[in-house]
Design a protein around this ligand. Sequence first.
Ligand code: SF4
Length: 464
Amino acid sequence: MPDKEEVLIQEQQEAISRIAAREDRPLSYYIVTYGCQMNVRDSETLAGMLQNMGMKEAGDRRTADFVLFNTCCVRENAERRALGNVTWLKEIRKENPNLLIAVCGCMIQEPGMAEKIIRQYPFIDLAFGTHNLPRFPMLMEKLLNSRRRVIEVSDQTRMDIYEGQPVVRQSPHEAFITIMYGCNNFCSYCIVPYVRGREVSRESSHIIKEAEELAASGVKDITLLGQNVNSYGLDRPGELRFHELLAFLDSIGIERIRFMTSHPKDISDELIDVMGKAKHVCHALHLPVQHGSNRVLHDMNRRYTREHYLDRVHKLRTAVPDIALSTDIIVGYPGETREEFEETLSLVREVRYASAFTFIYSPRVGTPAARMPKTVSKEEATARIEELIALQKSITAETLQGMVGETHRVLFTEQSRRNSAQFAGKNDYNITVNADADESVIGRILPVRITAAKETTLQGIILE
Ligand code: SF4
């Protein structure tokens, strides 16, 4: 008897073929993606499904037959921006009455959002949650057949994984591989565990096969994705642990391996050891600290202390002396005092991150932190974040200046947006490097001598 996965894949393929056969001209689609790399990767699957349905990518959302918004709800402004853009398309429909508008992703999975869409956004034709993505072809067929709105949101807390989904990769040189979905951590301010569900890991054999196929097709740089990659495999008895998976992938012939995101409480000595010995794991790590005060970290339910975090940083720097660390920091968390904010500043001075994503705390309905009184005024939070940004900018400038004169390996991927005589790519530290070149450098990893540092990028000369 076919299993659940086989039945779904067959249903998917049948729906895709029927859609491809029904239209007398190829319909066009446009996907707008918000949020993290996980969403970017999901959009690649959605594009794969749409192209298998016979649709072509439109150059502009105003002329597309079908526009899909893959949304994020981690911060309030991402949600506001998505809903604003969806509403703007309603106006476009006046000139293009056949336009179909769809919304998917984390925002739809938020408690109460499906009801809000039904009530307040009647012009949205299709809405589905993160867990319903494999059913997208069936939902699309239902919409095209009925021309009536379709809304489907699963309340499962663990997502089903279906391997072998179609994919249209955005780049032939770099690729994302999602190794697990969901999160079990329930940080007090974060909506992700509620909208993405509990942790579910893919089988390592599937991940390894995907990485081998990417390497064989010429991809040079892969990023392993998960909300907390360090807990990879824990939900699958007998499965490889993350450091074992990383060590195995290091041996298959891919040139560069990155991974994100890493929860500081789960960075193991074994993982640090693998990072120190691996030949292809990049010397860059995103290690979100969120705050420098133990009291705030405790309130955030981060389950590590400042001392533990600094111990991990110390061990990482011992194993990989040139590692470039980046982080996420929240300012103005409920109850944060000036002294506690200064603990964040002192931690930033101590770790010396190459870069940091800084945010003013934004309450997410349904999370424990949203029920806490907001004690930091908007003005005070703005003043604090400006102080933090100024500090980080000076550290980034010093870090980049310290790289001048070094030789870095750069994977060139695109023409510079500011100067057409230059081409740009990332070095092993995940920093953009620009150099005078021509198109022949695209897709190649080349040695570049760093000649100058700009605010967040480097300038260099190709040595070959
Ligand atoms: S680890 Fe915390 S911040 Fe990260 S996704 Fe999970 S709950 Fe959110």
